[in-house]
Ligand binder design. Structure first.
Ligand SMILES: [Zn+2]
Ligand SMILES: [Zn+2]
Length: 177
């Protein structure tokens, strides 16, 4: 999507619907930090509005909802996550970029070409929870026999019924990876 008009025509506003399919998401999200373990559960539609603000500068607003699915970090069962997207980004034309920092922040923009899906994924990364839980008190799986302890107790010796302790274990696991 070319932003030349939005950057240089006053009163220029464009609205576009960006559709992301499950397969596309899988391809785009591969290797993106924070999105490795989630998949898109149904095709998503995100609306982007592009507004001229001043010469060489534009405002991009995006909104939509994405239905993702990831694994519970304790019991590994699939957990659906409904993520509302609602963001605003200021972008600059190549000759109007104020500093290096801004350049870093608009990597989804190559010259005047906007990689709309790249931008959406970047925004999504920021809102995907680092740790998913199927429920707050998920009891996880038995480390000895692999039984999902939400379904039934397995009776193994090292069964730890204290959920506060289970939370602490998660913490240790996360810090060692
Ligand atoms: Zn769980
Ligand atoms: Zn067990």
């Amino acid at each position: 999507m070319n932003l030349t008009d939005v950057f240089y025509r006053s009163n220029q506003t464009e609205t576009v619907g960006i559709r992301l399919t499950e397969a596309e998401f899988e391809e785009l999200a591969a290797g993106v930090r924070g999105l490795e373990d989630v998949r898109l559960k149904e095709a998503a539609e995100v609306t982007l509005s592009l507004e001229h603000t001043e010469k060489g500068k534009a405002l991009i607003k995006g909104f939509g909802t994405m239905i993702l699915e990831g694994a519970c970090s304790r019991c590994l069962e699939p957990v659906p996550v409904s993520l509302p997207l609602d963001f605003c980004r200021i972008v600059y034309a190549p000759e109007a970029i104020p500093d290096e920092e801004q350049k870093e922040e608009q990597q989804f923009l190559t010259e005047y070409e906007l990689d709309a899906k790249g931008l959406i994924l970047e925004e999504l990364c920021l809102s995907v929870p680092v740790k998913l839980l199927c429920r707050e008190d998920c009891r996880g799986i038995c480390k000895k026999c692999g039984q999902n302890l939400n379904q039934k107790d397995c009776g193994c010796d090292d069964f730890v019924p204290d959920i506060r302790l289970a939370g602490l274990m998660d913490l240790f696991q996360n810090s060692s990876t």
